[in-house]
Design a protein around this ligand. Structure first.
Ligand code: MG
Length: 399
């Protein structure tokens, strides 16, 4: 198992002298109870979840990554098992410097399992955490930020757009949107006609049509989408996110032609072929890859390049913690295709407490963290506060 993902090039790299090697790979599940469950079209989120990945080099330096585990509520158990049993044994002892090749070999080695398991998403999400941790680790070892490793830190601040409006507390959340200077905000819809209308109308009391985007979380059939958008959207609506249940390409075209409202998608897309199809689709205006889902920093950069080739903007999906937000910000600092990272305006301890200093929004922007790697320091007290004990014990024989 341990050696099966390694190719000849890695074995050659392994022979070079002076190279740091992976000494340990750990995953810690964090869970925070929400005061009120967050309602989505497909079900409620009762807790915030995230998986913090730690990759330690043989000199004790630790890189941090994040893997998205919001759904299903038992996703944490699969993720811990996949990282501990499927990934860690193949990484320990490998040279850190060759991390891009290492992740590519892991991806190739796991692809067969992912296909047979029907799990390309969970496998990519697990790889995301490991890939981000390796970029952080390599940055720390070379005293360079991830943005610098990607080719250059071209900006110090990056735009974010507000998400999380509706169906509850819309007025209060719109006030936060305005206070922090966001220029774009996203309403959650697909929760029933009356609820959706109440959400959007409430948001529109203070936000203009071109500031408001909609996210249906794949709630509607084509006919439902046409009907709902005729009431909820306007010609100025920048995009409707995941409007259709199956996101069928032909139906997306039909929806676009019948409503004139372009779509956005990407948070549930895995693999470059999938993103290439989105980038080429006439109805898709914006690509929304999630660095903690699609495979990490390297894959997010690849999607940015794909999108730029098609002249389309990238607005990374983000619904997790500060490590993933820092990773998206580092890529945004290096690549101009990213026009705004999603920023949930609701309370989120994994954004505000897990990373020392948090991510303050001013004038609709966040600062790109400064310093080597991701530029963030993990608050270990916060990790202990939120660690979900059911998956904390090491599994015998996992490594
Ligand atoms: Mg969404």
């Amino acid at each position: 198992m341990q050696r099966q993902y390694r190719g000849a090039a890695t074995r050659e790299a392994e022979r070079r002298d002076g190279m740091r090697r992976v000494a340990d790979v750990r995953v810690r599940v964090l869970r925070s109870e929400l005061d009120e469950p967050v309602r989505m079209s497909f079900g409620a989120l009762a807790h915030r979840w995230t998986a913090l990945v730690e990759v330690e080099a043989d000199d004790g330096t630790v890189g941090h990554g994040e893997s998205w585990i919001n759904y299903p509520p038992w996703a944490c158990f699969e993720r811990v098992a996949t990282i501990r049993r499927g990934i860690a044994p193949a990484l320990v002892g490998e040279p850190v410097d060759d991390h891009r090749r290492l992740v590519a070999e892991l991806r190739a080695g796991l692809a067969g399992f992912a296909r047979q398991w029907g799990a390309p998403g969970p496998v990519a999400q697990a790889l995301s955490g490991v890939d981000i941790a390796l970029w952080d680790l390599v940055g720390k070892l070379r005293d360079a930020s991830v943005a610098e490793l990607l080719g250059g830190r071209e900006r110090e601040r990056v735009p974010v757009y507000a998400s999380g409006l509706g169906p509850d507390g819309v007025a209060e959340l719109v006030a936060r949107v305005l206070e922090k200077g966001f220029t774009r905000a996203k309403c959650r819809v697909g929760l029933g006609e009356a609820t959706d209308i109440a959400t959007v109308d409430s948001a529109r009391t203070l936000l203009t049509d071109d500031q408001l985007v909609l996210d249906a979380n794949q709630a509607w059939t084509l006919e439902e989408a046409v009907r709902r958008l005729s009431r909820l959207a306007s010609p100025a609506t920048p995009w409707v996110e995941e409007p259709l249940r199956d996101m069928d390409p032909a139906e997306l075209t039909a929806l676009f032609r019948r409503t004139g409202i372009p779509a956005a998608a990407g948070e549930n897309t895995y693999g470059r072929r999938g993103f290439a199809a989105l980038a080429a689709h006439e109805a898709i205006a914006v690509l929304q890859p999630d660095v903690a889902k699609l495979g990490g920093v390297g894959e997010l950069l690849a999607v940015c390049e794909l999108a730029a080739d098609h002249g389309k903007p990238v607005a990374p999906h983000w619904y997790g913690g500060g490590v993933a937000l820092a990773a998206a910000a580092q890529v945004a600092a290096a690549h101009p295709a990213i026009t705004g990272i999603e920023y949930d305006v609701r309370d989120n301890p994994f954004r505000d407490e897990l990373v020392v200093g948090g991510f303050a929004v001013e004038h609709g922007e966040i600062a790109v963290p400064d310093g080597p790697g991701l530029g963030v320091e993990i608050d270990q007290d916060a990790v202990r506060r939120y660690e979900f004990a059911d998956t904390a014990a090491p599994t015998a024989g996992a490594r």
